[in-house]
Write a protein that binds this ligand. Sequence first.
Ligand code: NCD
Length: 283
Amino acid sequence: MKKAVLSGERRQDLDGKIVSLLFYEPSTRTRTSFQQAALKLGALTVATENAKEFSSAVKGETMKDTTRIMNAYHFDAVVIRSDYEGAAEEAAEVSNCPIINAGDGAGQHPTQSLLDIFTIYEHFGKVDGLTIAFVGDLKYGRTVRSLSYLLGKFKDIKVHLVAPESLQMKEDILEYYKENGIEFEIHSDIAEIVDKVDVIYMTRAQKERMKEGENADGAGVVLNRELLDQVKEGSIVMHPLPRSSDINEIPEELTDDPRMMIFKEAENGLFTRMALLKMLIIG
Ligand code: NCD
């Protein structure tokens, strides 16, 4: 898919197919890249942004009923971003076409992990044996939770979890690490691990999901030039974006550093979502 896009090839794999995009939570990258992915493959899309307000959710309709409606209109796939954990699963239980989870509250964001793994694989030529630091809000950030699951499919992975105590990775993922042979360590300051890892995966404080007493002041989870200059040769920095402009976990002045993969990740999101749509809709 990457080759096709870069060479300007006009693919028609999904000619005549129509994809529904139902977004109940804000999104820039995920929504636009899914829509663009469908268009690049010759499919059409019907997109509902702000579905919390502009769909019958406002009248109390359940995810299952909304999905039944999408099925009644014969969509070929439905991409759902919702504000609660398990929403895509509910939809999938009743759907007769593929449901893609584009983020479900503080639960999971599996398509982000596909593009993250692709970005890691492209850079290192492998995933096995790598050491990855997850930095920031690991409690509410869904991207690190999904990437943890995918990393469990590879060998000899080590994870450093860097977060304020109130925002550390939840027990379900720690259990998953144990069951899947992922070694992990807990930290509260990025300075402790910056020179020990292959990938520094930064995240945004998910303030919209936080409760009182949860620490989002950024202490220990912000990158700067001094820290970046300590990384091992060949190491990379990732972030699912958006980065926040108040905590400033990756300051603007580091944007063009060659170790920054953040916009490459976003671009890879287009290619991986094209591949995913094709695989799910026509095989
Ligand atoms: C992430 C998300 O929505 O979970 N964004 C994205 O899809 N690239 C990360 C975030 O919102 O912090």
